[in-house]
Design a protein around this ligand. Structure first.
Ligand code: PMP
Ligand code: GLU
Length: 397
């Protein structure tokens, strides 16, 4: 059967593929440690679940406006005001089926063939494919570990051409947990403004940030930056709501109404019940986020300590999100029996087959010397999993 050529441009999401593989192996009885899934292991808070149950009983089970209910838009507006000192109107907000959907939709309405879209690496696995599906070209800017995987203003400047439409930037980042200070953001912003490109800011890990660092989204650093930004966020990570599929975007009325039109011809509205739950997440008590983050910080400290104690493994200390991105490249070229490990995909396969640990190859994030570990799992699992990785690496000759 002939499939449309656009489908050959992309790969299945590597993170979701690993997670499915790990789940299938677990179901088949294998004792797998799951470091693949990028989702909080905490349950959705009870007040949020109850809001959804109330919505079902009240019959709030029909279509809503395509771009989300006014109630949820108002909760999102209040969140931007409270957390980011950004003022938006309802016409500048669109609710979608997850932040991934918001990113997909904004890319569809902004980019086309001939455009270039900048993506600093290491990047989240879906950005490049989301851009490919618009016909535009993703241009990866490779950041250096010596710069803490932070995009440098000179690198940004050098990557911009007359075809560049936008940069997709996300911090705390997936996979390295990189954060930027206000000063660093202002330096990047100066280049962006001078060159006249747009900003797509994926703020999904905004709340999962360590050591009491402040978070600034680029749009909050000035009116001109707000005008050229589309801010993406959602409830998946902050409220442990990955399965509910609610994300949102804020930007100019022109872009938001185009995204809403696009959505009206594909998903229609996001689930009515999940929208009610998201309202409770955003407007209800916020203690859960802090509790989760404190727990993630403990796990980060432990996992970084254990990983860097393995000979030949180096690892930056993440400043947010719940991933570590260690460099295991010194083990490439070594073998286990007949099998030589040459890259991150082979390393991930080896660790799954021999150590029963599921994780994602760094190559999928643009840095093949690395592997990505999600530490959104218990301390006991982290200790056991890293020990398995250590033993498996030391077995390589
Ligand atoms: N952006 C980044 C950087 C992510 O890691 C994820 C992971 N899910 C998303 C967006 C998508 O989130 P959502 O579940 O809201 O679609
Ligand atoms: N963002 C998470 C991850 O990186 C969840 C899976 C996905 O949507 O990619 O693992």
């Amino acid at each position: 059967m002939k499939l449309a050529s656009r489908i050959a441009l992309i790969k299945p999401s590597p993170t979701l593929t690993i997670q499915a593989k790990a789940n299938a192996l677990k179901a088949a009885g294998r004792d797998i440690i799951g470091f693949g899934a990028g989702e909080p292991d905490f349950d959705t808070p009870l007040n949020i679940k109850e809001a959804a149950i109330r919505a079902i009983h009240a019959g709030f089970t029909k279509y809503t406006p395509v771009g989300g209910t006014d109630e949820l838009k108002d909760a999102v507006i209040a969140k931007f005001q409270r957390d980011n000192q950004l003022t938006y109107r309802r016409s500048e907000i669109v609710i979608s089926c997850g932040a991934k959907h918001s990113l997909f939709n904004v890319a569809q309405v902004l980019f086309e063939e001939g455009d270039e879209v900048l993506i600093p690496s290491p990047y989240w696995v879906s950005y490049t494919d989301i851009v490919f599906l618009t016909g535009a070209k993703p241009v990866v800017i490779r950041t250096r570990v010596g710069d803490g995987f932070k995009l440098q203003p000179a690198q940004l400047e050098a990557a911009i051409t007359p075809r560049t439409r936008a940069i997709i930037i996300s911090y705390p980042s997936n996979p390295a947990g990189v954060c930027y200070s206000r000063r660093e953001l202002e330096e990047l912003a100066a280049v962006i403004l001078r060159k006249g490109i747009m900003i797509i800011s994926d703020d999904i890990y905004e709340k999962i940030i360590y050591d009491d660092q402040p978070f600034f989204t680029l749009a909050s650093l000035g009116d001109e930056l707000k005008r050229i930004s589309v801010v993406i966020n959602g409830v998946s990570k902050s409220y442990a709501m990955t399965g509910w599929r609610i994300g949102y975007a804020a930007g100019s009325e022109e872009i938001v109404s185009a995204m809403t039109k696009y959505q009206s011809q594909n998903t229609s509205n996001p689930t009515s019940i999940a929208q009610k739950a998201a309202v409770e997440g955003l407007n209800g008590p916020q203690e859960g986020v802090g509790m989760m983050t404190r727990e993630f910080q403990k796990r980060r400290d432990l996992i970084v300590e254990r990983l860097t104690a393995i000979p030949g493994v180096t690892c930056l200390k993440p400043q947010g999100a719940f991933y570590v991105f260690p460099n295991v490249g010194s083990y490439y070229g070594r073998s286990f029996g007949e099998k030589v490990i040459r890259n991150s995909a082979e390393m991930a396969t080896y660790l799954l087959d021999e150590a029963n640990v599921a994780l994602v190859p760094g190559g999928d994030f643009g840095h093949d010397d690395h592997i990505r570990i999600s530490y959104a799992t218990s301390i006991a699992q982290i200790e056991k999993g890293v020990e398995r990785i250590r033993l498996a690496l030391l077995k390589l000759r």
